[in-house]
Structures are given as C-alpha cells and as structure tokens.
Design a protein around this ligand. Structure first.
Ligand code: PBG
Length: 324
C-alpha cells in the first residue's frame, strides 16, 4: 500500500513548491495576437461579439504594436477588412491590399515585431467563401491555389515574416511554397492551418471580418468535427508539402487532436483559441459568472499541456499583462 509513505500533497504545500514542480508554463513569447485591420479611414470600432477587440485602421496600428512589443508578445496575426469585395477576392493579393499595407507600415515602425499573415480569400470575396466558385457555387480547388500563391507572394513582398494559409484547399502548402521560392522567399516559413474544422466557434470572427458566407457553409472544405484520424492525414500532407509549423483550430473542443498531433509530429505546433471561445469567456465574465483571469490562464495552460508550442489568442495582451 503506497499510503502513507506516498503523499502527493507534499509537493503542493506552498507556492514555491508548486512553482518548482509545475510541468507547464506560460510566457508571452508563446502568444500570437490576432488583429483586424480595416481599410476604412481613421477607425477604431469595437467588435460587439468580441468585447475588447477592435477593427483598427492603419493609423491605429502603431500604438497596438507598441503594446505588443512592450509585453514581449510572440507576434501579431493580421486579418484584413477591405472596403471593396469581388468574386475573386482581389484584395487578398494586390500590392495595395489592406494586409499588405498594414505589413509595410508595421515593418517600418516595428521592425522586430513578428508578423504572421493569415492567407485566405473569404474576407475579400463578395460571396464570403474561401476561394473562386464554379457555376454550382462550389469552391474550385486548383484555381484557388493560384490566387493563394499570389497572395502569399504579395504578403511576403510587403514584409510578412510567416505566411499562414487558412483556406483548407488541397495542395495549398505546396503551391504556396513553390510560389514563395520562385519569388526569392525560400527563407519564409509557412504556418499551416493544417487541421481546421468547420466550426460554429468562428461565429464572432465572421462578424469581425465580415466574412460570413452569403450562401451555404464551409463544410465542403473545412474538416468535419467528428474526424480525428483525418486530422492526422491533413497534417501529414502539409508536412510533406513543406509546412514549417502546424496548427489545430479551434482549441478547447479539439485538445485531443492537439495532443495526438504533438505525439506524431516534431514541428512547432500552434493552436488557435478562436473567437467563439473568447466570446464565451467574455460573456460569462461580464455576468460575474466566472473569474476571467483564472479561466483564461487555465485554458491557455491546458492548450500548452495538450501539446501546443504556440498559442494564437485574443487574450494575448491581457494574459501577458497578468503574467508580468
Ligand atoms: C479565414 C479564417 C477564419 C478564422 C481564421 N481565419 C474564419 C473561417 O474560417 O470562417 C477564424 C478565427 C476565429 O474564429 O477566431 N478563413
């Protein structure tokens, strides 16, 4: 009988002991903070379903970047909200697209701050889908790859440090890798949204980015929430095609996928603590139903414990403040 010689409580007695034996820790350098850059002039508009998060125009980025740098945040993840949308999502790959302009401005003002660019067409297409459509309204995979490849090059030329494709087209990592290499960007890494599920947890993001599909949904390209083995297959393909980092998305409801990914792959692994997860915490905290600070730090710790190296989270700035 182990008791009474084995008493696990001995190592929990004081804060110093608990700190000493803690297996999983959080640091702001592991956080990536997603931001929404709007093409509208002089705008700082709070997103109603994401309290504390804003649509920001270019004039307002520098202040935010100051704060992220001071707090030692690992990097920013840039999303664009264009003034004009069209069926082919042109703003995602033109030189003067909003994310490209934001990258240029931020690189000039904050050369040391890591910039990750989300690469997808859905914020830029009039129909809100993540690619070019055929007559039946289905996303054309291989035609979309060409547009994504152009987008990756445009982002790279604007100064992006990491390209993060989130569209879930087949073969996009390979297509983007080739396009980047051909344009002199063989040094730029790809963080692939490798296991991205068709999730209701993206609801608030679609308000924020104005990217709700005008018809139908994304289930014909994003993954079915019931599938775990398929996530491994998706990740294997992205590794073969040249992904440098892998991502699982959403986070909380998919920690099993994250854990399995950690077991199978040695690449740096990111998790996206998405908009719906953020909105739920904020709503409950505002009602006084739970302790926001403890919930956030516990959630982020759980994601690290499950296997994530990198945490993409709207809580990044607040969590960094709590940690320092
Ligand atoms: C673009 C994209 C989405 C998110 C990240 N990139 C939306 C979607 O796929 O519908 C969601 C992020 C979040 O919910 O926080 N395709």
């Amino acid at each position: 009988m182990p008791f009474p010689s084995h008493r696990p409580r001995r190592l929990r007695r004081t804060p110093a002991l608990r700190r000493l034996v803690r297996e999983t820790t959080l640091s702001p350098s592991q956080f990536i903070y997603p931001i929404f850059v709007t093409e509208e002039a002089d705008t700082r508009r709070e997103i109603s379903s994401m309290p504390g998060q804003f649509q920001l125009s270019l004039e307002h980025l520098s202040l935010l970047a100051d704060r992220a740098s001071e707090l030692g945040i690992g990097g920013l993840l840039l999303f664009g909200i264009p003034l004009e949308k069209d069926p082919l999502g042109t703003g995602a790959y033109t030189e003067d697209g909003i994310v490209q302009r934001a990258c240029e401005a931020l690189k000039r003002s904050h050369p040391d701050l890591l910039l990750v660019t989300d690469l997808c067409l859905c914020e830029y297409t009039s129909h809100g889908h993540c690619g070019e459509l055929d007559e039946a309204g289905c996303v054309r995979n291989d035609e979309t790859l060409k547009l994504l490849a152009k987008g990756a090059v445009a982002q790279a030329r604007a100064g992006a440090d990491v390209i993060a494709p989130s569209d879930m087209m087949d073969g996009r990592v390979g297509a983007i890798r080739r396009a980047l290499d051909d344009d002199g960007f063989s040094h730029l890494p790809i963080m692939s949204y490798a296991a991205k599920y068709a999730s209701a947890f993206y609801g608030p993001f679609r308000d924020a980015a104005g990217s709700t599909p005008q018809f139908g949904d994304r289930q014909a390209y994003q993954m079915d929430p019931g599938n775990a083995r398929e996530a491994i297959r998706e990740m294997e393909l992205d590794v073969e095609e040249g992904a440098d980092m892998l991502m699982v998305k959403p986070g909380l409801a998919y920690l099993d996928i994250l854990h399995e990914a950690r077991r199978r792959f040695d690449l740096p692994l990111a998790v996206y603590n998405v908009s719906g997860e953020y909105a739920m915490v904020k709503a409950a905290a505002r009602n006084g139903w739970l302790d926001e600070r403890r919930i956030v730090l516990e959630t982020l710790t759980a994601m690290r414990r499950a296997g994530a190296d990198i945490l993409i989270t709207y809580h990044a700035l607040e969590a960094a403040e709590w940690l320092t």
